[in-house]
Design a binder for this molecule. Structure first.
Ligand SMILES: *Cc1c(COP(=O)(O)O)cnc(C)c1O
Length: 401
């Protein structure tokens, strides 16, 4: 099948594909576990995991088997009818999240939109906010997806500029600043939408107690707390969900990425009946949401995380990886931060652009991506071994020394 060279494929993409990404110059044509391969047969260690969508490793055998088995019997019904997979997936995800109900969608952005709709509807129907006045508190440097409504409250000009008119109803406050949140609350506030760690912002880990504080504000003012776990969820940070590090109980859990096991787009939100009960037939939906193929894949994706204890593995190897990174003595490195296997290396200005280093790492067989121009994110599949972390550290030390 691979009749094109990497160079030809990159040229073809550049010619025919819209230029809405700036990929590193590597073409991936095969993958297994933490390893990927280009058409010329060169192997690379994947340290991005498709932005944490491949936590279980590429093509995990159990997930691929579930895909094949389900493809042989039933793939898509739409929700016009019941199917025999969606109820089982809903039950499993309800158990994993500790919530009473699940609403399935496909992409992370759709799940975030669903959470926004839920908070607004709840605000009008349950809290009694005046029609069309609902406000949701969000945070500077947020990343929640690419829809018009979501980019309406982005502070990143690349994500936002020239997409107006923007959706109103969002109040942006500094991340990790509880006073600012408290000040932003008024009688029209219906909820808070937050990432427990800001991944795209460069793995910004808030001060301990920030999430606790948000929960307290939400309880005090009768607001819904919606936690965007699309990137941090499913064991990436060393717990099933990152908010569990602070032992809180958000009202809405937003999930995507690794829920699809690196195979299909699968997203969902979880909440209790008094919240998700605001939806009645016809008020929200998705043709592909809850499709049997996605449900079977997602159930296998969850089983792999649980059975292989990938949360514990992420906690242990994440600490080990970060310790190793901090031991690299280099004037280029300003800070190493993160939780579990979601790690950001912040470079000093004098080091130049992060792209120089992600390119050099790629040339030595390690794939990762810069976020902003001065932060390198390391987020390997959680099935990585200690020996493979050691091998990665050796390459990183060579490139950053
Ligand atoms: C990736 C991401 C999204 C959007 O998910 P898509 O599947 O790309 O739409 C939303 N929130 C966070 C925190 C993400 O990292």
């Amino acid at each position: 099948m691979a009749q094109y060279t990497s160079k030809e494929l990159m040229e073809m993409e550049h010619h025919y594909g819209a230029h809405n990404y700036h990929p590193l110059e590597v073409v991936i044509s095969k993958a297994e576990g933490i390893w990927v391969e280009d058409p010329e047969g060169k192997r690379y260690m994947d340290m991005l995991s498709a932005y944490s969508a491949v936590n279980q490793g590429h093509r995990h055998p159990r997930i691929i088997q579930a895909l094949k088995d389900q493809a042989d019997v039933l793939t898509l019904t739409s929700r016009a009818f019941f199917n025999d997979r969606w109820p089982l997936f809903a039950k499993k995800l309800a158990e994993v999240t500790g919530k009473e109900m699940i609403l399935p969608m496909n992409t992370g952005a759709e799940a975030v939109e669903t959470a926004i709709k839920t908070m607004r509807k709840w605000g009008y129907l349950v809290k009694g906010v005046e029609q069309d006045k609902a406000e949701i508190i969000v945070f500077e440097e947020n990343f929640h997806g690419r829809t018009v409504t979501i980019v309406s409250f982005s502070v990143d000009p690349d994500a936002k500029d020239n997409y107006g008119p923007y959706t109103p109803g969002f109040v942006v406050v500094p991340y990790d600043d509880l006073d600012a949140v408290e000040k932003a609350v008024n009688k029209n506030t219906v909820g808070i939408l937050v990432e427990p760690i800001q991944g795209e912002a460069g793995v910004r880990v808030p001060t301990g107690g920030f999430l606790n504080g948000l929960e307290a504000i939400a309880r005090e003012h009768n607001l819904l707390l919606a936690m965007d776990e699309v990137q941090t969820g499913f064991c990436r940070t060393g717990k099933t969900f990152a908010f569990q590090h602070e032992g809180i109980n958000p009202d809405i859990i937003i999930m995507g990425k690794a829920l699809g096991g690196g195979v299909l787009p699968v997203s969902a939100i979880a909440a209790d009946k008094e919240v998700l009960g605001v939806f009645k037939p016809g008020t929200h939906g998705s043709t592909f949401g809850g499709n049997p193929l996605a449900c079977s894949v997602a159930m296998a994706a969850i089983d792999v995380l649980v059975d292989e204890k990938l949360a514990d593995r992420a906690a242990e190897l994440g600490a080990y990886f970060m310790e190793g990174l901090r031991a690299i003595k280099s004037p280029k490195i300003k800070e190493v931060r993160g939780k579990g296997l979601l790690i950001g290396v912040v470079l000093n200005e004098s080091a130049g652009k992060a792209r120089i280093y992600t390119t050099a790492l790629k040339d030595r067989g390690l794939l990762c991506k810069e976020t902003h121009s001065w932060i390198i994110r390391f987020a390997p599949p959680l099935v990585i071994t200690r020996e493979e972390v050691d091998a990665a550290l050796k390459i990183i030390a060579e490139v950053l020394a």
